[in-house]
Design a protein around this ligand. Structure first.
Ligand SMILES: NC(=O)c1ccc[n+]([C@@H]2O[C@H](COP(=O)([O-])OP(=O)(O)OC[C@H]3O[C@@H](n4cnc5c(N)ncnc54)[C@H](OP(=O)(O)O)[C@@H]3O)[C@@H](O)[C@H]2O)c1
Length: 213
């Protein structure tokens, strides 16, 4: 199993050790800064060289910077688009030959419910996740019939470290299920989509009903 990181080398090492201990699977961490347009191809090549196969690509790396509309600038817009939309698209392109070879290959794009109901102060982030949802459909068409491509739209799961309890409670109350989600719920959705062999181009919300609340 290949784990990608950019700055969190220590966490990536712990993740790899955990995967090996819990599942016995072979695992390694790979560093790539996805702001670099050349990174997706290099990352896919490094993973394919190390493992000789790529079966599932999960595009989860993401930038999430608050940018009040009046202060938003082109550099912030470009950063969000590069990491959240461009990199997943070109990672899928670079992994496609390997995913095709796998026979059951698929791509899972981690988007956000707010791609459909954006916040004004997170304009670049929400627009980049909306672009990712369009890329999800483009990739589903371009890579069919051999490779399935689906998106997960998490709702509120992990809150920023600085967020207080009152704010978290307010966010939980805004969902239909009146609670925050868990990383495990998102991981279960990934496992489902990796095996959902008649599902492609889909958007699966894991948001406690936040999108329709
Ligand atoms: N947390 C939530 O409640 C929530 C809600 C809706 C959607 N989502 C989506 O779910 C996914 C995971 O969420 P999360 O909260 O775990 O995300 P996160 O902690 O904000 O970011 C995930 C990782 O993205 C990587 N990243 C950022 N910039 C990068 C760059 N330039 N190059 C390569 N990697 C980069 C970082 O890796 P390093 O640490 O190694 O630098 C970071 O650990 C994201 O796609 C997010 O948009 C999350």
């Amino acid at each position: 199993m290949a784990a990608h990181y950019n700055t969190s080398a220590g966490e990536a090492r712990k993740l790899v050790a955990g995967i090996k201990t819990l599942s016995g699977a072979d695992a390694e961490a790979f560093r790539a800064n996805l702001l670099d347009a050349a990174a997706p191809e290099k990352l896919a090549d490094a993973v394919a060289k190390r493992f000789g196969a790529i079966d599932v690509l999960v595009n989860s790396a993401s930038l999430y910077d608050r940018e009040p509309f009046a202060k938003a600038d082109a550099a912030g817009w470009d950063r969000h688009m590069a990491v959240n939309a461009r990199a997943p698209f070109f990672l899928a392109q670079a992994c496609a030959p390997w995913l095709k070879k796998s026979g059951t290959g698929s791509v899972i794009n981690i988007a956000d419910w707010s791609a459909h109901r954006p916040y004004a102060d997170w304009g670049s982030y929400c627009a980049s996740k909306a672009a990712l949802l369009c890329a999800n459909k483009v990739l589903a068409k371009a890579l069919a019939p051999e490779i399935r491509v689906n998106a997960i739209l998490p709702g509120p799961v992990l809150s920023p470290e600085k967020m207080g309890e009152a704010e978290k409670k307010k966010i939980a109350e805004a969902t239909l299920l009146k609670r925050l989600g868990t990383p495990e719920a998102v991981a279960r959705a990934c496992l489902f989509l990796a095996e959902a062999d008649y599902t492609t181009g889909a958007e699966l919300t894991v948001d406690g009903g936040r999108l329709i609340a």
